[in-house]
Design a binder for this molecule. Structure first.
Ligand SMILES: [Zn+2]
Length: 169
């Protein structure tokens, strides 16, 4: 959820809910298939890396707002599958490949410290970038509030800056 949502907080905050829905989709789609009595293996078809890439490509061909919505959902799913690819068991690349796909050697374990490091690392990178990127359309950016800037502009006190400087959301 963090890996899918943080980058979108910079470019399209309104699409974050869909990205989060997408970021959990590979797992809840398995549950949905089971409920519909069409069980699929864990980290099977719903975790094909290629399928989520195709989803992103399709989104690029669609006109807005559908394109943006599909892109956010597919990006969420892709981030989930890429995250799973960092783990020991990896993910299937496509129905055509027998071998599991791994990223960076696939050394992480689900729920382990590495998972949290990667997730919060992405948030930290986005937080660092946010000062360099203007809010889309010059509007208000609801995430990554820049407390240092607020302090400099006199709209926040030093105490507020100290208490909030590491709050991302
Ligand atoms: Zn998964």
């Amino acid at each position: 959820m963090l890996i899918a949502g943080a980058p979108l907080a910079l470019v399209a905050p309104r699409l974050i809910p869909l990205a989060i829905l997408g970021s959990t989709a590979p797992d809840w789609l398995e549950w949905l298939a089971k409920t519909a009595r069409q069980p699929v293996p864990h980290r099977g078809p719903t975790h094909w890396l290629a399928a989520w890439l195709v989803g992103l490509a399709v989104a690029a061909l669609l006109p807005d707002p559908a394109g943006g919505l599909v892109a956010a959902f597919a990006w969420g799913g892709l981030s989930h599958v890429l995250g799973d690819a960092l783990t020991v068991s990896g993910v299937p690349f496509s129905p055509m490949s027998e071998r599991r796909f791994h990223l960076l050697g696939g050394r992480l374990r689900t729920g382990g410290a590495g998972e949290y490091s990667v997730s919060w690392g992405v948030v930290l990178i986005c937080w660092t970038l946010h000062g360099q990127i203007a809010a889309p359309g010059g509007g208000y950016l609801p995430f990554f509030p820049n407390w240092a800037e607020r302090y400099e502009q006199g709209t926040a006190t030093a105490k507020e800056w100290r208490e909030n400087r590491f709050r991302f959301f």
